[in-house]
Write a protein that binds this ligand. Structure first.
Ligand code: PLA
Length: 419
């Protein structure tokens, strides 16, 4: 019998989440998943923060809590606390009621709601994203009806920021264009602008009346400090100009599957912020009506209680420090093996990922021969490594860079014959 869906073609796996699908299928016990950016302990296990367990217990014990719908914009208390977390305790924008915040479905949902709002209410439909960027940015913004352009960001030669290219490309952007900026811990490169470079970027963006849209998925994960990682966003808000901010609690509170995040739109005045907020409701209502209550309640419980907040900061710093220590261990392991090339970028880059510089051939080799799973652009999630698995990864990288480089013709022939 012919299905009415007979013409539906098989879709490819997601380039990041598909790595986990492949990993799960591999029966080899030495397998290692360094694909998705999800924190693991030294034992290679997912981590639920103690402070999250505590907050959940408090919520469970509180019999007055019910399962009613939240308002369209979510938990008001969570929204206020989230804006404070990114903008700072004494932010004038918050005091002047210039910030419209909606609780959304983690970072992705916050980006999508922001994009839908812009597509409907902003005069410029063009958004510039860094090259490279998190793979889902292109899809989220395109699906929302924005047209996506790229600005130069990473320089493979220096494995650092191409500030000249960035300034040139944003300088050539049409006035009013939206600019996606990674607030900290740029994914996938681990390369962030220095404070003085942020200042150059800010001046250019403001002088051309571009609209900054910050993706803040790793606050606290870059430096271990929530305030230090908010520096760029706060610089842009301090000048009185407008911007959007998408926040995620997936990584910094380890609330991955609870889908906790917020979209804040910082406006020039309270009246416009209130109108923007009213329109955000119209964007959200037909998408998912209102957000889930549990995860945002956990985050709000932690953010509003100073003891729990301090405990969170300590646990967050411990996660960030473990990642930094993995960088050092991997770098040392490659140095000890005398692996060809300069690997100092492993310790220079920050955040969850190292952009190794390995090509897709080398990645495929490491997966096939060493059962190490990572995205084909050579990105590895440092949070998935442990002292026990560093030698295995270092062996694999060493072997991969020693591989003879194949010509385009050889790759073509190999793809035909499947080797
Ligand atoms: N923005 C950036 C820059 C991200 O890296 C991610 C997650 C998100 C937003 C969205 O996160 P959230 O919706 O879960 O809050 N990037 C991960 C996972 C960690 C993923 O691709 O979904 C990654 O491995 O790149």
């Amino acid at each position: 019998m012919d299905s009415v869906f007979a013409a539906v073609v098989q879709a490819p796996e997601d380039p990041i989440l598909g790595v986990t699908v492949a990993y799960n299928k591999d029966p080899n016990p030495i397998k290692l998943n360094l694909g998705v950016g999800a924190y693991r302990t030294e034992e290679g296990k997912p981590l639920v923060l103690n402070v999250v367990r505590k907050a959940e217990q408090l919520l469970v014990n509180d019999r007055s809590r019910v399962k009613e719908y939240l308002p369209i914009l979510g938990l008001a208390e969570f929204n206020k606390l989230s804006a404070k977390l990114i903008l700072g305790d004494d932010s004038p924008a918050i005091q002047e009621n210039r910030v419209a915040t909606a609780q959304c479905l983690s970072g992705t949902g916050s980006l999508r709601v922001g994009a839908e709002f812009l597509a409907k209410h902003y005069h410029q439909r063009t958004i510039y994203i860094p090259l490279p960027s998190w793979g889902n940015h292109l899809k989220v913004f395109t699906m929302a009806g924005l047209s996506v352009n790229a600005y130069r960001y990473y320089d493979p030669a220096t494995r650092g920021l191409n500030i000249q290219g960035l300034l040139e490309d944003l300088g050539a952007a049409p006035s009013g264009a939206i600019v996606l900026l990674h607030a900290c811990a740029h994914n996938p490169t681990g390369v962030d602008p220095a404070p003085e470079q942020w200042e150059q970027i800010r001046q250019l963006i403001r002088s051309k009346a571009l609209l900054p849209f910050f993706d803040c998925a790793y606050q606290g994960f870059a430096s271990g400090s929530l305030d230090a990682d908010a520096l760029a966003v706060r610089m842009f808000v301090a000048d009185g100009g407008e911007c959007l901010i998408a926040q995620s609690y997936a990584k910094n509170m380890g609330l991955y599957g609870e889908r906790v995040g917020a979209l804040s739109i910082v406006c020039k005045g309270a009246d416009v912020a209130s109108r923007v907020e009213s329109q955000l409701k119209l964007v959200i209502r037909p998408m998912y009506s209102n957000p889930p209550i549990h995860g945002a309640s956990i985050a709000a419980t932690i953010l509003k209680n100073s003891d729990m907040y301090n405990e969170w900061k300590i646990e967050l710093k411990a996660m960030a420090d473990r990642i930094i220590s993995m960088r050092k261990q991997l770098y040392d392991a490659l140095s000890a093996r005398g692996t060809a090339g300069d690997w100092s970028h492993i310790i220079k880059q920050i955040g969850m990922f190292t952009f190794t510089g390995l090509n897709s051939d080398q990645v495929a080799f490491m997966t096939k021969e060493y059962h190490i799973y990572m995205t084909s652009d050579g990105r590895i999630s440092m949070a998935g490594l442990s002292s026990k698995t560093v030698p295995h990864l270092a062996d694999a990288i060493h072997a991969a860079v020693t591989l003879p480089v194949r010509s385009k013709f050889e790759i073509y022939v190999a793809s035909i014959f499947g080797f």
